[in-house]
Design a protein around this ligand. Structure first.
Ligand code: OAD
Length: 241
């Protein structure tokens, strides 16, 4: 391990739960009786675009009423103060990491505040509703859809994520059930390359046994404690100037 260990953090819906955004698989995880797996697919979009667009319109609109919680803020602090490499990979499509101030991050499952043209592939920042048939500002096709990675589609920036996992000394998973691949497999990739692994979650995730250490509890309480400890250990090992 170097003086400044490389860290990869994976976050999921659990980190935003205390901001008031419902998780996918917990209580309230159904939307008008639909499972997320039934709404977030290319087939559902083709069969009932009104339903799928409405699902994401409501989620986009709900962002106005939520704020980052102490877990997002702690990761933003880590981003600002950590001298080593850091990559925060979020499965979340909300913008709470950015609003807390994180910059070394990416959205592997897309973003609510972005729209994607199914015809030309251009992505555009998007606010407000996105009705089916909306024309692409770039190519003019009536093909704008939510910029969300549906089940069966390839998550974004996988090469960058794989590179970061191969280089990391510590992999930390926060607030994710470990039910959806490829994110659920990142712990094994990180371990394969020799990283230490830590899970922070309300309850043991499906892949809990794969982590060297698991801390169970609320992200808003456990993440600030973990960040403080990581930054403190760095202060102890840094040469005095
Ligand atoms: P899930 O809803 O599957 O899991 C959320 C996890 O967070 C659960 O294990 C909860 O126990 C935990 N949790 C809840 N509240 C918490 C809290 N306050 N502190 C810590 N942990 C808490 O959400 P994800 O794992 O993110 O994909 O789901 C993965 C993907 O499935 C999503 O990105 C989404 C969905 O289909 C797409 O939309 C493409």
């Amino acid at each position: 391990m170097t003086d400044h260990p490389n860290i990869v953090v994976l976050t999921g819906a659990g980190i935003s739960a205390e901001s008031g955004i419902a998780t996918f698989r917990g209580p309230g995880g159904l939307w008008e009786g639909h499972r997320v797996e039934d709404v977030c697919t290319p087939e559902a979009l083709a069969r009932d675009p009104g339903l799928v667009h409405r699902f994401y319109d409501l989620r986009r609109a709900a962002l106005a009423a939520v704020e980052p919680n102490p877990a997002h803020c702690a990761l933003a602090r880590l981003d600002a103060e950590w001298p080593g490499e850091l990559l925060i990979v979020t499965q979340n499509v909300d913008d709470l990491h950015e609003r807390a101030g994180a910059t070394r991050m990416l959205h592997m499952h897309g973003e609510l505040q972005s729209a994607l043209c199914a015809a030309c592939g251009a992505a555009r920042p998007w606010a407000g509703e996105l009705p089916p048939g909306t024309r692409c500002p770039d190519c003019g096709a009536p093909a704008m859809r939510p910029d969300i990675v549906f089940f069966g589609e390839m998550p974004y920036q996988m090469e960058r994520i794989e590179r970061a996992l191969a280089m990391c000394d510590l992999f930390v998973s926060i607030g994710t059930s470990g039910a959806v691949y490829p994110a659920a497999g990142f712990v094994q990739t990180a371990r394969h390359w020799g990283a230490a692994t830590l899970e922070i979650n309300l309850e043991p995730s499906q892949g809990s046994f794969l982590f060297e250490e698991s801390r169970m509890g609320r992200a808003s309480e456990l993440v600030p404690v973990w960040v403080e400890a990581v930054l403190a250990s760095q202060r102890r090992t840094s040469p005095r100037t």
